[in-house]
Design a protein around this ligand. Sequence first.
Ligand SMILES: Cc1cc2nc3c(=O)[nH]c(=O)nc-3n(C[C@H](O)[C@H](O)[C@H](O)COP(=O)(O)OP(=O)(O)OC[C@H]3O[C@@H](n4cnc5c(N)ncnc54)[C@H](O)[C@@H]3O)c2cc1C
Ligand code: FES
Length: 272
Amino acid sequence: METVRAKVLYNQAETSSVYRLGLAYDAEARGARPARFLTLRFDGPTPHIVPRPFSVSDAFVHDDYGPVTEVLYKPLGRVTSALTRVRASDNLHVLGLLGNGFPEPAAGHTPILCAGGIGNAPFALQVRHLLAGPFASAPSRVVLLLAGRSSSDIYIQPWVREAGITILETTDDGSRGARGRITDLIQTHWSNWTRPELYACGPAPMLHALQSFAIARGVRCHLSTEERMACGYGVCNACVVESRREGVPEGHGDYLKSCVEGPVFECREIYA
Ligand SMILES: Cc1cc2nc3c(=O)[nH]c(=O)nc-3n(C[C@H](O)[C@H](O)[C@H](O)COP(=O)(O)OP(=O)(O)OC[C@H]3O[C@@H](n4cnc5c(N)ncnc54)[C@H](O)[C@@H]3O)c2cc1C
Ligand code: FES
C-alpha cells in the first residue's frame, strides 16, 4: 500500500474540541467501512516522522469536489494541534484504508452506536451505510448515543442530525443532554430496544465499562480500540492488545495487533 498526497478541501472548528477535515481522497473506492482508518502526516513547520491514525468519519461525493473523505479530530498533542493550522489546498500524506472496521448488525438487531468524545468519529459513515442498507425504511431504529465531559464534546455532522435516526445525548456535567455516563443512558433506554447490538468508540474507561455491561447482559458489543500506533500496518508491534480467552487469566493471553486484526474487536476477544 502506497502513501499518496491528498488535497485538503476544508479544515474547520465545529466546537472548541472537534475539528472537521475534508480531503480529496476516495475512501469508498478503497473499501470504506465505519471504524476503518487512515494515517496522516504533513510537511511544514513541525514535521513529524510517525504518521497519526484517524478514523474515516464520512465518505461521500460532493457536487464540486468529487469524492471526499472526512476526518473528525480533537487537538490533543503535537500533531493534532499542528493539524488545526493546515489550510484548504495544502496537501497531506495519506495512507489507507487500514484495519477491519465494524461488522454489520445481525438480522433483527438494533444498532446502538456509542460515541465517547472524539469517539464520535466513525459514526457518520456507519449511519450512512446503515441508512443505505438494512435501515433505509426504518431510520429511527438506528440509535446514536453521544457522550462527553461537557457540551463542547458533543458533535455529529449536521446531516446525521437530520437523517431521522434516534440521537440521545449525555454529559458528565449535565451541560447538554442527560447528566451522567453513557452506561447510565443505556440503562435508562435499554428496555426500548429490540435485540440491541452495541458499537463503541471512545476513551478506554468507556470501552471497558461497555465491555463489562455487554458481557453481563450477553449481548454483542464491538469495540473500536485506539491503541497508540506507529506503522499502522502490522510490522512494529506498537499497537498490541491482549486477547481474552476462557480459562486464560488477564496478563497471560496472546497479543493481537490492533492495526491489522482490529481496531475493532468483539468485546469477548480482548481485554479493553
Ligand atoms: C485506529 C485509531 C483511530 C483514531 N481515530 C481518531 C479520530 O478519528 N480522531 C481523533 O482525534 N483521534 C483519533 N485517534 C487518536 C489520534 O491518533 C491521536 O489523538 C493522535 O495520534 C495524537 O497525536 P498528537 O501528536 O496530537 O498527540 P501526542 O503529542 O502524540 O500525544 C498527546 C497526548 O495524547 C495521548 N495519546 C496519543 N495517542 C493516543 C491514543 N491513541 N489514545 C489515547 N491517548 C493518546 C498521549 O499519551 C499524550 O498524552 C485514533 C487512534 C487510533 C489508534
Ligand atoms: S502500529 Fe505497527 S504493528 Fe500495529
